[in-house]
Design a protein around this ligand. Structure first.
Ligand code: COA
Length: 179
């Protein structure tokens, strides 16, 4: 059987045909995902795509950004829209996508991989930990900047240290929208 292949595609290289395949996987994976769209609020910087033969089996979007934790700047990869096609689940494709991103993060001098998720057990098994910091981010809805929100994320903020830097206890300023 052919192995799963993972590739990184910068967002500006996503052509309409690929965009349509990604949108289709996202709409099947996340109920209520905006139709025919490949992002919720803002375009990511790149995507990791897992393919088997010609089939798009898994997807992860990532933003490369600086955020501040207690006033200390950290370089991060922020993960969004990690999903695996239903018939391919529980074959470690989600895990492979996160491992691929971690290798990229180590090469890119990223301090933390972070994400916001309710599927906590999957991420905890993949080396993430839940943090309870107060957070500040830019709220965007229907293509409009709404306001700046300051709120906790009830343990749904998950982080994975990459560079050895310490994650502080202060306010997490996303310096933009959340992922
Ligand atoms: C979450 C998701 C990406 C996992 O991808 P995957 O390729 O199936 O995950 P892996 O095979 O690498 O890891 C499987 C492990 O994760 C956990 N896990 C994955 N999906 C799970 C589920 N639906 N319920 C409970 N545990 C789950 C289990 O511990 C499982 O280990 P096991 O098979 O040994 O029991 C996939 O289920 C998915 O696309 N879900 C729908 C979209 C989604 O919720 N994405 C996460 C956004 S926060």
């Amino acid at each position: 059987m052919q192995p799963i292949a993972i590739q990184c595609v910068e967002e500006y290289r996503v052509d309409p045909a690929l965009e349509s395949r990604i949108a289709s996987l996202l709409s099947r994976s996340f109920p209520g995902y905006p139709a025919e769209r490949t992002y919720f609020m803002q375009l990511p910087d790149f995507r990791l795509l897992a393919t088997w033969d010609e089939t798009l089996a898994g997807h992860l979007a990532a933003e490369h950004r600086v955020i501040a934790v207690g006033g200390t700047p950290h370089r991060i990869f922020g993960v969004a829209d990690l999903c695996v096609e239903g018939s391919f689940r529980r074959r470690k494709i989600g895990t492979m996508l996160l491992e691929f991103l971690e290798r990229m993060a180590r090469e890119a001098r990223v301090d933390f991989i972070i994400l916001i998720a309710s599927e906590r057990p999957f991420y905890l098994r993949n080396g993430f930990r839940s943090v309870g910091n107060l957070c500040r981010w830019l709220a965007i809805e229907d293509f409009q900047t709404q306001m700046i929100i300051q709120h906790g994320l009830a343990g749904d903020l998950l982080i994975k240290p990459i560079s050895g830097k310490v994650w502080g206890k202060g306010l997490v300023d996303f310096m933009g929208a959340i992922f």
